[in-house]
Write a protein that binds this ligand. Structure first.
Ligand SMILES: NC(=O)C1=CN([C@@H]2O[C@H](COP(=O)(O)OP(=O)(O)OC[C@H]3O[C@@H](n4cnc5c(N)ncnc54)[C@H](O)[C@@H]3O)[C@@H](O)[C@H]2O)C=CC1
Ligand SMILES: O=C(O)C(=O)Cc1ccc(O)cc1
Length: 371
C-alpha cells in the first residue's frame, strides 16, 4: 500500500492531538510507518489506540520527516528541539500561525534549511486524538511556507505529505499566510464566539426559536479556548487589523439603526439610513458569493428539497434510501431539529434541474415536503 504514496517513513508526529493523530492516521492508513510522541501520556496512548501510529522507541530508525502538531505557543520550541534531535530529518509544523514560529526559529539560529512551515486548512471544533479522522485533509488547501532557506528537497517532502493525505498544497510566505487566515479563519472564530456569547443570558424560550441560521453562524463557537487563545495571540496584529475594520462596519450599522429607531414614522427616517443597512446585507451577499466551494472549487448553486422526517429510529436512513431510488445524487444534507417537536427537517441539496423529479418521487413515497 505504501507504494501509492511518496512519503517514506518513519514519520515522527510530535503532538498527537486532533491534527497530529489525523496526520498519523492518514499516513498509517496508507501504509507509512508512523512514530508518535506527546508529553501527555493519555494523548499518546489514545493516538496509538485510534491507529495513528506507534509510540517512539529508542531503537527506531531515524525519522525522514517530523511533523510537529503542538499548540502554536510551543511550536517553535518543539521544532527547534526536533531539528536538533534528528539532523537527517525534514521538520514541518501544522500550527495555524506561521510568522511567529519562523521569527522565533530565526532568532534562535535554528537550521532553517530543513524546516518548512505548513498549515492544513482543515480542522474540527473538537480537540484531542479521539476526534482524529484519516480523511480530515482530503480536498482541503494545505499551505506550505518555506523558511526562505528551505532546500527544494525539504519543500518537496512537505508538499508530498500534503498530497499523500489528499490535500492540495498551496505555496505562500508567512506574512501573506497570516494576513489571509486572519480574515478567513481567525476573525470568523472571534465573530462566532462573540455572537454565541450573547446567548449566555438569552431566555430558553428565545433559544427555542433558533433555527439553522444561528447554528451556522455559531458552529465555531464550540472551539477550544486554550488553543484559540494561542492562535489569536500568535496572529494578534493581523487579526486586530481585520477586527478594527469590522468595528468600523459595526459602528456604521449601529449609527444607521440609531437614526431609524429615532424616527417616529417611516417618512422621518433620515435619508440614507435604510440604504446603509441594505448595503451591509448586499456587501455580505457579494462576500459570501466569493467563498469557494467546500473542496476549493467554484461555489456551486444547488436546489434544496426540504423534507419532514419523523424523529424515530431508521427514518433518516429510509429517506436517504428513497433519494437513492429516485436516482438523484445527494450533493449536501443538513438536518435541523425542531425544539420540543417529534420531527426534524432534512434539507437535501441536489444539482439544478433535479429537485422537481426528487420532490415528485418523495411525495409518491409518502414523504411530506416543506415548500
Ligand atoms: N484544531 C484545528 O482545527 C486545527 C489546528 N491546527 C494547528 O494544529 C496544532 C495542534 O492543534 P490540535 O491538534 O487541534 O490541538 P490538540 O489540543 O488536539 O492537540 C495538541 C497536542 O499537543 C500536545 N502538546 C502540548 N504541548 C506539547 C509540547 N511541548 N510538545 C509536544 N506536544 C505538545 C498536547 O498534549 C496535545 O496532545 C495547533 O498548532 C493548531 O494551531 C491546524 C489546523 C486546524
Ligand atoms: O472548521 C472550520 O471551518 C475551520 O476553519 C477549521 C480550522 C481551524 C483552525 C485552522 O487553523 C484551520 C482550520
Amino acid at each position: 500500500m505504501s507504494s501509492a504514496v511518496a512519503t517514506r517513513g518513519p514519520v515522527r508526529v510530535v503532538g498527537t492531538g486532533l491534527l497530529g493523530a489525523s496526520v498519523g492516521l492518514g499516513l498509517a492508513t496508507r501504509g507509512v510507518d508512523v512514530v508518535l510522541h506527546d508529553p501527555s501520556r493519555t494523548a499518546l496512548a489514545l493516538a496509538r489506540d485510534v491507529g495513528a501510529g506507534r509510540p517512539a522507541h529508542p531503537d527506531d530508525d531515524p525519522p525522514t520527516l517530523v511533523v510537529v502538531a503542538a499548540p502554536p505557543d510551543v511550536t517553535a520550541q518543539v521544532v527547534r528541539d526536533e531539528l536538533a534531535a534528528h539532523p537527517g530529518a525534514v521538520v514541518t509544523d501544522v500550527a495555524s500561525v506561521k510568522g511567529v514560529v519562523l521569527d522565533e526559529l530565526r532568532a534562535w539560529g535554528a537550521d532553517l534549511t530543513r524546516f518548512v512551515g505548513s498549515h492544513p486548512m482543515a480542522g474540527r471544533e473538537r480537540s484531542g486524538p479521539s476526534a482524529a479522522v484519516p480523511d480530515l485533509f482530503v480536498g482541503r488547501p494545505w499551505v506550505v511556507v518555506g523558511s526562505g532557506e528551505s532546500t527544494p528537497e525539504a519543500v518537496l517532502a512537505v508538499r508530498a505529505l500534503a498530497v499523500d493525505l489528499g490535500a492540495v498544497p498551496v505555496t505562500m510566505d508567512a506574512v501573506s499566510h497570516d494576513a489571509a487566515v486572519a480574515v478567513v479563519s481567525h476573525v470568523p472564530q472571534v465573530a462566532a464566539s462573540l455572537v454565541a456569547a450573547r446567548l449566555r443570558t438569552t431566555p430558553p424560550e428565545a433559544l427555542g426559536l433558533a433555527g439553522q441560521g444561528l447554528r451556522d453562524v455559531t458552529r465555531l463557537a464550540a472551539s477550544d479556548p486554550a488553543l484559540w487563545t494561542s492562535i489569536l495571540a500568535g496572529n494578534a496584529g493581523a487579526v486586530r487589523d481585520v477586527l478594527r475594520a469590522l468595528r468600523g462596519d459595526l459602528d456604521t450599522v449601529i449609527d444607521a439603526l440609531d437614526q431609524i429607531d429615532a424616527a417616529v414614522t417611516w417618512d422621518d427616517i433620515e435619508l440614507g439610513a435604510l440604504a446603509t443597512v441594505a448595503q451591509v446585507i448586499a456587501d455580505g451577499n457579494t462576500g459570501v458569493a466569493r467563498v469557494p466551494g467546500k473542496h476549493g472549487g467554484a461555489q456551486r448553486t444547488y436546489e434544496v428539497v426540504t423534507v419532514l422526517v419523523p424523529d424515530s429510529p431508521g427514518e433518516l436512513a429510509r429517506l436517504l434510501t428513497d433519494v437513492g431510488h429516485a436516482g438523484v445524487n445527494l450533493e449536501d444534507l443538513q438536518l435541523e431539529h425542531s425544539a420540543g417537536r417529534p420531527v426534524g427537517m432534512a434539507a437535501i441539496s441536489v444539482l439544478p434541474g433535479r429537485s422537481e423529479h426528487l420532490e415528485a418521487e418523495l411525495t409518491a413515497r409518502g414523504w411530506r415536503l416543506v415548500s
